[in-house]
Design a protein around this ligand. Structure first.
Ligand code: AMP
Ligand code: ZN
Length: 475
């Protein structure tokens, strides 16, 4: 049994072998090098973007869970057509403009419980690495100049089109493209370095002043952070062409080595069948949804729990379903926390838990099959619930199960992620319950009922049991 990923480059599932050299033990591999295309910081990221960023998070968390070390970079695109336009519109410097959106981006990342990665290079701080690649490409005759801009001649790079499976006859050599983004049926030479225009920031280089094209930025940042071939490169499927195709052409054209071993692409988040995107205006930002009262935890759950190679249609209904699934998990946590019995760990619980972990790994090793992994998790919850029903659950069992849950949550990041979930604060609930008990003892039933109604309004149901009052979340 081994971890496998679908590699866009080969078009098949492949066993994951970091560094290209198979080792006996996972611990023996050098850290897995991952580069993820990050945000272009010209506004708030939308939750389509966050689908991709949450997938990156799942990938790194699962690798660590399996015992790999990771060395992960996600870049910040802080100079391109859109960031320059935004800064000019507001009449402030590019740096001030992009700093604002970088701060907002990291706030959002934290709110969604996405782990910070090891490196966040900024394009504007990687200009020297861009110059080096462009100079090497010049020496190797991949570059020509027109009107002060430099272009990559795609007909010179024989592997051009391998990632996106382009028909080579489509290649229109000599026709040039200046924009950062374009369609797959318009295959032209792309810009590496743009000549300076009025009102645009520029950098001095050996080949004249100007600013980078978008694609060279990522090739340069990969080189700057990792030095050579990397294990995994990720991004949304919209980046396969032209962005990643062009990255390969630049990096492999400049250096005689493979650029990336595994290309992993995340399918789109859709709204009514169309890609969620800024330009279409059919998007929600994280803050839009928080303002509507949805929890970051439910948003994380929804975006994480369908397989990354399947399109996901976003609806508010889907978020409500996510809240319900989380309420089930919370009720389970409340329940197992409630045990009082003293006994050794039940061997049945030990076996059940170990089997669950094995099955979870089997599912997730299969190209991060999260639906399968989640199915195993809910089966486990169900089995433990049955054992509790039978009165077969002790404090030692609870500690054992909690340990398993913590390990699984190092991958999911939504089991114990309480922030703003239903606005629930377990301590506050307990103190309200205590107050209600006190009121009842003092025969102040009006007050006792008021407290119960207040909890109910917050989605908390009280149950009077022989062991005292228990609370659960309304589903
Ligand atoms: P951008 O800030 O536009 O450069 O995009 C950042 C990341 O989000 C890239 O990896 C995109 O491929 C990805 N992305 C953009 N729109 C969507 C979407 N609707 N669903 C999933 N990923 C997306
Ligand atoms: Zn990129």
């Amino acid at each position: 049994m081994a971890l496998r990923f679908y590699n866009t480059y080969s078009g098949v599932m492949e066993e994951f072998i970091p560094s290209g050299m198979k080792k006996d033990k996972i611990q023996d591999y050098p850290p897995v090098t991952i580069y993820s295309c990050g945000p272009t910081v010209y506004g708030y990221a939308h939750i389509g973007n966050f689908r991709t960023f949450i997938f990156n998070d799942l990938l790194r968390r699962y690798l660590k869970f399996r015992g790999y070390k990771v060395n992960h970079a996600m870049n910040i695109t802080d100079v391109d057509d859109k960031t320059i336009e935004g800064a000019n519109r507001e009449g402030i410097s590019l740096r001030d403009y992009t700093d604002r959106y970088i701060n907002i981006f990291f706030e959002d990342i934290d709110v969604l419980n996405i782990e910070r990665v090891e490196h966040n290079p900024r394009a504007t701080e990687s200009i020297n690495a861009m110059i080096e690649i462009i100079q090497r490409l010049q020496e190797r005759n991949f570059v020509y100049s027109r009107d002060g801009s430099l272009y990559f001649s795609i007909s010179k790079f024989h592997k051009y089109g391998m990632l996106s499976r382009l028909d080579r006859r489509q290649i229109r050599s000599g026709a040039r493209y200046d924009a950062d983004e374009y369609e797959k049926d318009d295959v032209r030479d792309f810009v590496l370095w743009k000549s300076p225009k009025n009102g645009e920031p520029f950098w001095e280089t050996p080949f004249g002043p100007g600013r980078p094209g978008w694609h060279i930025e990522c090739s340069a940042m990969v080189r700057q952070v990792f030095g050579g071939t990397i294990d995994i490169h990720t991004g949304g499927v919209d980046l396969v062409f032209p962005h990643h195709e062009n990255e390969i052409a630049q990096s492999e054209g400049a250096y005689d080595e493979k650029f990336v071993r595994y290309w992993i692409h995340v399918e789109h988040l859709l709204v009514d069948g169309a890609k969620m995107s800024k330009s279409k205006g059919n998007f929600y930002t994280l803050r839009d949804l928080l303002d509507k009262g949805y929890s970051p935890r439910a948003i994380r759950y929804l975006l994480l729990t369908s397989h990354y190679r399947k399109q996901l249609n976003f609806t508010l209904e889907g978020l409500k379903t996510a809240e319900n699934a989380l309420a089930r998990i919370d009720n389970f946590l409340v329940r197992i926390d409630d045990v009082k019995k003293n006994a050794e760990v039940d061997p049945a619980i030990r076996t059940l838990s170990q089997e669950f972990v094995v099955h979870f790994i089997e599912q997730m090793d299969d190209d991060l099959n999260i639906s399968g992994g989640l199915g195993e998790f809910f089966d486990y919850v169900h089995s433990i619930n049955s054992l509790i029903d039978e009165g077969r659950f002790s404090i030692a069992d609870r500690d054992f199960v909690m340990d398993i849950l913590r390990r699984i949550d190092s991958v999911f990041g939504f089991i114990f992620f309480k922030k703003a979930s239903h606005g629930i604060d377990a301590e506050r609930i307990q103190s309200l319950i205590d107050e209600r008990q006190k009121a009842r003892k003092e025969k102040d039933f009006v007050r006792a009922d008021r407290i119960r109604d207040e909890l109910l309004a917050g989605g908390i149901i009280l149950e009077d049991t022989r062991e005292g009052v228990r609370w659960k979340i309304r589903q």
